[in-house]
Design a protein around this ligand. Structure first.
Ligand code: PEP
Length: 248
């Protein structure tokens, strides 16, 4: 049985003070959640968020991690730096990082292995663009993101995967629950082929892309969907809480 995980991706929103206010509003609203809950905050918000989350059922996540242990990588943050603040999850390979910051399957792979090595749980994002979907390339794109981005992972069930069709992120366009379920089913089939069927059955695969209070119930009712990575709606405590409490 896979425990669903709903994680907020704040992206570049909320100063540390704003983030603490959001967390304080959110804590009582999600206190009885049946799923795992996390907020992935901007790096500079991490110390304040860690303090504000103490004693709650909300885990702390980051939005990126560098693959080196330490050294001359100006502006970067290592896995151990995140660990020291109690960070549990780290988003890797978000489509915005792939699109604007030159992230590739190779760097996704290096970051993922470094995060696992340090005991963090990577939330690895994969998904196709609109053009790729419309030209029938979805499966080929996902195959490459899996075989190259997840290469060398000993136990694939230690990561969380976020299937995020790029055309659905921040656009208000959601994949239908059937579309999301079918594609996530394909991802699981590919994981079984590349890794092992048993491990593939254990991997939690989230859907991400304009998930909100209105569509979360339908998406979460699908057999293959084990949670959500939530952008816009994670910035409003009531909206995010409604997603976390999708089964209530
Ligand atoms: C995301 O940033 O991962 C995301 C899914 O954003 P949104 O929910 O705003 O589409």
């Amino acid at each position: 049985m896979r425990k669903p995980i709903i994680a907020g991706n704040w992206k570049m929103n909320n100063t540390a003070n704003e983030g603490v206010a959001l967390i304080n509003a959110l804590k009582p609203l999600v206190a009885y959640a049946d799923c795992d809950v996390a907020v992935c905050v901007p790096a500079i918000d991490i110390p304040a968020a860690a303090e504000a989350l103490k004693g709650s059922n909300i885990a702390l996540g980051a939005q990126n991690v560098h693959f080196a242990e330490k050294g001359a990588f100006t502006g970067e943050i290592s896995a151990n730096m995140l660990k020291e603040y109690g960070v549990k999850y780290v988003i890797i390979g978000h489509s915005e990082r792939r699109q604007y910051f030159g992230e590739t399957d190779e760097t996704v792979n290096k970051r993922t292995l470094a995060a696992l090595n340090a005991g963090l749980i990577p939330i690895v994002c994969i998904g196709e663009s609109l053009e790729e979907r419309e030209t029938g390339k979805t499966e080929a794109v996902l195959d490459k993101q899996i075989t190259e981005g997840m290469k060398g992972i000993d136990d694939i069930s230690k990561i969380v995967i976020a299937y995020e069709p790029v055309w659905a992120i921040g656009t208000g366009k959601t994949a239908t629950s059937e579309q999301a379920n079918e594609t996530i089913g394909y991802i699981r089939k590919k994981l079984a082929e590349v890794f092992c069927p048993n491990c593939a059955a254990k991997v939690r695969i989230q859907y991400g892309g304009s998930m909100n209070a209105g569509n979360c119930k339908d998406l979460m009712a699908m057999e293959e969907i084990d949670g959500g990575l939530i952008g816009g709606a994670s910035l409003k405590p009531n909206d995010f809480a409604a997603i976390v409490n999708y089964n209530k």
